[in-house]
Design a protein around this ligand. Structure first.
Ligand code: URA
Length: 200
């Protein structure tokens, strides 16, 4: 069977990648999930958000961030003048883990070429990692999200670099609403980075 890396490299459009991922049988998460939850939004978005994994609602509907976390994310986007039509949203793994557990390091590693290819094809100016598992999977860091959040780094695609910012996951903010002030700081920084990249 082909590895995710070869399949991802062969896909030169998001539609081709979606089809290839739907046919991929190399990740055990697919066996318990109802369907593939591919990225969603504007294929030419200047900003891309990457969450952890689909939850129950996403698994049912087949789109990322359509449950309670997604509704909070929509409000956070609106606060910086954005809506879903201007962003691209995906997850580190495209199938719901049983009981919404965090993907294992193995599942995360198997699926990583798929999210990396989506990022390369969208090629945003700004990449936002929602929560620790996303930041860890994409930026190769080990620290927890409370240490990582608000600190810009670079996500490398070939020779190019994309500005990347880890921030708190909306599901965490639903449980710990007092932390919204930290997320708000990050979202203001995201807005500023977008304005800066538009001006240059
Ligand atoms: N949480 C995530 O990380 N991703 C989703 O798509 C929904 C909830």
């Amino acid at each position: 069977a082909l590895q995710a890396g070869e399949i991802a490299r062969a896909a030169t459009t998001l539609d081709a990648l979606r089809e290839a991922m739907a046919d991929f049988d190399g990740c055990s998460l697919k066996r318990t999930a109802r369907q593939l939850v591919f990225g969603d939004g504007a294929p030419d978005a200047r900003i891309m958000f990457v969450g952890e994994a689909p939850g129950a609602e996403e698994d049912r509907i087949g789109r990322p961030f359509v449950g309670r976390s997604g509704q909070l994310l929509d409000r956070m986007l609106a606060a910086i003048g954005l809506d879903r039509s201007q962003v691209y949203i995906a997850n580190t793994v495209p199938w719901r883990p049983p009981g919404n557990r965090t993907p294992t390091p193995q599942e995360s590693a198997i699926c990583r070429p798929f999210i990396e290819r989506q990022i390369a094809l969208v090629n945003p100016d700004v990449l936002v990692c929602l929560g620790g598992p996303s930041a860890q999977a994409l930026l190769g860091v080990r620290e927890g999200i409370l240490r990582l959040r608000g600190r810009w780094s670079t996500y490398n695609v070939g020779d190019a670099g994309i500005r990347a910012l880890p921030t708190l996951h909306p599901a965490y903010l639903l449980r710990s609403p007092l932390q919204k002030r930290l997320a708000w700081r990050d979202f203001r920084a995201i807005r500023a980075a977008l304005d800066e990249s538009a001006a240059s």
